[in-house]
Design a protein around this ligand. Structure first.
Ligand SMILES: NC(=O)c1ccc[n+]([C@@H]2O[C@H](COP(=O)([O-])OP(=O)(O)OC[C@H]3O[C@@H](n4cnc5c(N)ncnc54)[C@H](O)[C@@H]3O)[C@@H](O)[C@H]2O)c1
Length: 272
C-alpha cells in the first residue's frame, strides 16, 4: 500500500489527511511529522495516523512525501530530508505557496516532484487544487498525486508552472476573498439596522446558493448574473455601483497582489 508522509501537520495537512481517510485510504498507510506535540497528537487521535516529532521518521520508506510546511520553513527541513531522500526516491509533493519546482529540486534532489496549490475548503472535500509536475514524474505517479488531491475536491493540471502563482491568486487564497465579501455584506446590512445573525445567515446562504448554481447549472457566471438582473431593478442598481467603483479592477489588483507575493516568497527563499 502507498505510504504517504506529511511533513507538517497543520491546517492543510489536516484537511488533506481527512480527505484521504474519508475516501477509504487506510490510516496505517499515512504518517505525519510536526514539532508541535499538541497538533501531532490530535491528528493521531482523530485519524489514527502515525505521528512523529522528527521528519526523517515520518519520511522513512514513504512512497510519497507531501510537504505541508510554510514556505519559510523549507530551509529548516531540507538538510534532514535530503539525507533521507538519498536512500529512497519518493514522489515529492509540495503545497507551499510560491515555492518553485527548481527550488525543490535544488534542496531535495533530482526527485519526481509535483507542485500543487489546494485551498481550505479541502477540509470539507470541496477544495480546488492546481497541480504541476516535473519531467521525472511518471504517469502512475501523476495519477497518485491526483488521487491524493482528488480526495480534497476538484483538481486541474496546470502545465505552465508560471501559472501556479495565479492558481494561488484565484483559488488558494480566494476562499478568504469570499469570506471578506460576506463580512462586507453582513456589515452593510447591520449598518442598515439588521441584526448580525440574520445578516450573516442570509449572506452566507446566498454565497453557498450562488456557488452551487455556478458549479451545478452548467451556465456561465455572466448568464447567471443576467438572470438575477431585472431591467432597471435593484440588482442593476447594485451592479452599476460596482462598475462605478471598478469592482473588476479591484479584483484584478488583488489577484495580481497575491500572484506577485507568491513570486516574492520564492525569491526570498532563493537568498537562503
Ligand atoms: N492555509 C491555506 O489556505 C493554504 C492553502 C494552500 C496552500 N497552503 C500552503 O500549505 C502550507 C501549510 O499551510 P497551513 O495553512 O497548513 O499552515 P500551518 O501553520 O497550519 O501548518 C504548518 C505546520 O508545519 C509545522 N512545522 C513547523 N516547523 C516544522 C518543521 N521544521 N518540520 C515539520 N513541521 C513543521 C507547524 O507546527 C504547523 O503545524 C504552506 O506552505 C501554505 O503556503 C496553505
Amino acid at each position: 500500500m502507498t505510504r504517504i508522509a506529511f511533513i507538517g501537520g497543520g491546517n492543510m495537512a489536516r484537511s488533506l489527511i481527512g480527505g484521504l481517510i474519508r475516501t477509504g485510504v487506510a490510516a496505517s498507510s499515512i504518517a505525519v511529522s510536526d514539532p508541535q506535540a499538541e497538533g501531532r497528537q490530535a491528528l493521531a487521535r482523530e485519524f489514527g495516523v502515525a505521528a512523529y516529532a522528527e521528519n526523517r521518521l515520518a519520511a522513512a520508506d514513504a512512497e510519497v512525501v507531501l510537504l505541508a510546511v510554510k514556505p519559510q520553513i523549507m530551509p529548516a527541513i531540507r538538510e534532514e530530508l535530503r539525507e533521507v531522500f538519498q536512500r529512497q526516491r519518493p514522489l515529492l509533493i509540495s503545497i507551499a505557496a510560491g515555492v518553485r519546482i527548481d527550488q525543490l529540486e535544488r534542496w531535495f534532489g533530482a526527485l519526481p516532484i509535483v507542485r500543487c496549490m489546494p485551498n481550505t475548503p479541502a477540509l470539507i472535500g470541496a477544495g480546488a487544487t492546481g497541480l504541476c509536475a516535473n519531467a521525472r514524474v511518471s504517469p502512475p505517479q501523476r495519477a497518485q498525486a491526483q488521487h491524493i488531491l482528488d480526495a480534497a475536491g476538484l483538481t486541474r493540471w496546470v502545465d505552465d508552472e508560471a501559472l501556479m502563482d495565479t492558481v494561488t491568486g484565484i483559488a488558494g487564497s480566494a476562499p478568504a476573498y469570499f469570506f471578506a465579501l460576506v463580512e462586507a455584506l453582513e456589515d452593510a446590512a447591520v449598518a442598515q439596522g439588521m441584526d448580525r445573525d440574520t445578516a450573516r445567515a442570509l449572506a452566507a446562504q446566498t454565497c453557498l446558493g450562488a456557488g452551487r448554481m455556478l458549479t451545478e447549472s452548467g451556465e456561465s457566471p455572466a448568464e447567471l448574473r443576467r438572470r438575477v438582473t431585472s431591467p432597471n431593478g435593484t440588482t442593476q442598481a447594485a451592479l452599476e455601483s460596482f462598475a462605478r467603483d471598478n469592482l473588476a479592477g479591484i479584483v484584478a489588483h488583488a489577484v495580481a497582489a497575491a500572484t506577485r507575493r507568491g513570486g516574492e516568497l520564492a525569491a526570498e527563499l532563493d537568498k537562503t
